[in-house]
Design a protein around this ligand. Structure first.
Ligand code: MF3
Ligand code: CO
Ligand code: CO
Length: 269
């Protein structure tokens, strides 16, 4: 069978996968989500983000999978761990978590050639009230976006659902980073924006696989990238949160590949 026959793409370059491909995505997504489930026990005051990352690397390896991030554009870790005002792409290291720190752990695995990409928020010690509000709004914003996923809707519908919800709570959606198509590759078309206008953008079709991964700031939306070329922070130093699921468009809606097998559905973990 030749490649042209195997893969269909839309005019926007978005790959349409076969219904049978969801099995591979569910397996990869389940592994990434299982690893995040296990991180709950490893997040506490005094812990380092480097220690958490090493545990993730071992779990990926022990599952017979590969880390998608180690070696990706020179990145050297099995996770991104973004603490407090770090928006995304925080590099694990010797930094010690303090009581009340909030953090996003983002894991991407490759299992049998399929990519599973997911992230959640955690807290070290006691969750501060303002951080709790931010985390709840970010989590619910992701699900507003996911609920807009069905054939015939557009990517603008997803972005609008997220943005209108977040701004209704007087918080800001980060516009400098977006979700992405994935499947047998890590980052593929389309860019999944977390803001937008209803009815704009590419039309969703069954067989599209992509992430939705909104980043929400308590203050302003602007970010900057530190000198390490990875760590993105809020310019105003306000707290930031993010959740990410890998999902597929089905004939009548969506399927989530990265749901928690342990039933950890509500923040924080
Ligand atoms: N997992 C991130 C995403 O959601 C990408 C991380 S790339 C890395 O797309 F190199 F920073 F790890
Ligand atoms: Co992603
Ligand atoms: Co990710």
């Amino acid at each position: 069978m030749n490649e042209a026959h195997r893969g269909r793409q839309t005019k926007d370059g978005i790959r349409i996968y076969d219904p049978s491909d969801s099995a591979g995505m569910h397996a990869a997504g389940r592994l990434a989500a299982t690893i995040l489930d296990e991180m709950s026990a490893l997040v506490f005051p005094g812990q380092t983000t480097g220690e958490i990352d090493r545990a993730i690397e071992k779990l990926v390896h022990d599952a017979g999978a590969k880390s998608a991030t180690i070696g990706y554009k020179g990145y050297q870790h099995a996770s991104c761990i973004s603490v407090n005002h770090v928006v995304c792409h925080g590099i694990p290291g010797d930094k010690t978590l303090k009581d009340g720190d909030i953090l996003n752990i983002d894991v991407t695995v490759i299992l049998d050639g399929w990519f599973g990409d997911t992230s959640r928020m955690y807290v070290a010690g006691k969750l501060p009230r303002k951080a709790e509000r931010l985390i709840n709004v970010t989590h619910d914003a992701l699900f507003r976006g996911i609920e807009a996923v069905k054939p015939g809707n557009t990517f603008g519908d997803i972005g609008h659902a997220i943005q209108s919800f977040v701004e209704g709570h007087r918080m800001s959606v980060v516009t400098d980073f977006c979700g992405h198509g994935l499947g047998r590759v890590f980052h593929a078309p389309p860019n999944v924006l977390h803001y937008g206008r209803p009815g704009t953008g590419a039309v969703l079709e069954a067989g599209m696989f992509f992430t939705i991964e909104p980043m929400v700031n308590l203050g302003r939306a602007e970010t900057k990238t530190l000198a390490d070329d990875w760590t993105a922070v809020t310019r105003d130093k306000s707290l930031s949160a993010q959740f990410e699921h890998s999902i597929g468009v089905t004939e009548d809606g969506f399927e989530i590949f990265t749901l928690s097998p342990a039933g950890k559905f509500h923040p924080t973990y």
